[in-house]
Write a protein that binds this ligand. Sequence first.
Ligand code: NAP
Length: 478
Amino acid sequence: MMIFWRAVITCLCLIGSRVDLPSTSPKENIHPVVILGSGISGQTAALNLLRGGLTPLIIEGPDAGGVLKQSPQIENWPGEKKISGWELVSKIRTQIEELGAQFLPAEVVDIDFSQRPYKVFVQNSIDAKPQVILAENCIIAMGSSPRRLHIPGEEKFWTNGVYNCALCDGGFFHQQKVAVVGGGDSAIIEADYLSNIAQEVYLIVRRDMLKGHGTARFQNLAKKPNVTVLYNTQIEKILETDGEMVGIEIQDVKNHVTRPLLVKALFEAIGHVPNTAIFQGKLPLDPEGYIRLKRGNETSLSGVFAVGDIAHPLIKQALNAASSGANAAIQILHDHGSSQTIAHLMKKDRAPSQGSSVGLLEVSNPQEMETILQETKTPVFVDFYAPWCGPCRYLMPLLEEKSSVLQGKIRIVKVNVDRQHELTEKYQIRSMPTLILFDRHGKEIAKKQGYTTIQGILQKLETMENSDDIDRYLNSLQ
Ligand code: NAP
């Protein structure tokens, strides 16, 4: 599911392609600490810095909340018997927002470590504007990205049949046949999650055994009647008919016999690669691309720290990521000699938390949606979103604002895809946020994605008064 929001993940492509960046003035604000990334390691670093007297700037990155939010269930977080990754990172975010954490919705595109303060070049995730941030200390918490299969058809059907997050996108495949590829813990977890939703789950393993073969988690999974584990099997390509994904071609690696496996979706869970492209030549990396550490969580550069998956190739657990973030914060506080107490930190003018949506009607069932479309006298825009989806959080305030500005011209409502499976399936939502435009007769005109596209449409509508002009314009968007 992520969904369209996958688009955001793929924005990692920005890394390495340096954009035209303005120079900084020496008078610009220098942040004591800039945290690059907002996953659990970055957020935990922020928590400890805030409690120790320093307010960091957190650059959210393309995947706010990090990969942990894809985890359906965490069972080894102290004090929580079971908690989803999304819930855990959301709780920490709320906690640090209350302490005054500053978040910047942007991606890091380049960095200059040649002198202090360090220069962090970012591109704003909302308006794509470049910006340079000055940092006395940097905590790199940019995590890792899912490894991809690189097989024919994967790119074409990415987010439209091929995914890497069952929690995000599994809901689109109720009572359908799906496949998961991978042989580690993630593959077991993804397959287990999907087995509660899908009709049939095929777990495709390239070796004759999974890494977690002996675990209770795998034993439980293997017992499920709708789960089939295919060992010694690799995927050759995605199969399609008339532009629709219809399955995958698999090969038995022992006898090289290939055959089709008709599944509606493929979930890849084949490990991760560290997001260190922009640090090549700037920081020492190990042969697999992970950042090498020198003193605790500090790199060989003074005041530059690396935490979480980007620096820890072996143990990728939420707890370890969090503790590395805390370590880096404590090292900085120690070096900084901060002695402020928490009482000094509790700012009165806290930044408002982003993402809460109050203004739009939430459609609560398919009948309500029917009624809205039947009774409307204006075009209706329906925002399909999920509470955990980062880009949805940025789009929602725009929709709320424009809903009131465009009152009488159009109506905007929202649908939570986590709750409204029937509507999500009916309207074939395959990524988020997706905005569906309906005309004033309730007929679907178009599906639109992307903040800038949607903002452009809403701004154009603001300039129109006449309903014929509005209808003509909306029809031109088909
Ligand atoms: P992983 O342990 O690195 O496993 C990746 C799996 O994908 C391996 O089995 C690998 O096969 C397979 N693979 C790689 N490339 C492939 C390809 N092209 N085609 C088919 N299969 C391919 O990754 P992970 O499962 O994401 O786990 C990463 C770390 O996080 C691990 O340390 C894991 O224990 C931890 N983790 C823990 C939990 C938890 O709840 N405790 C949950 C998730 C992850 P080979 O075996 O043949 O190399």
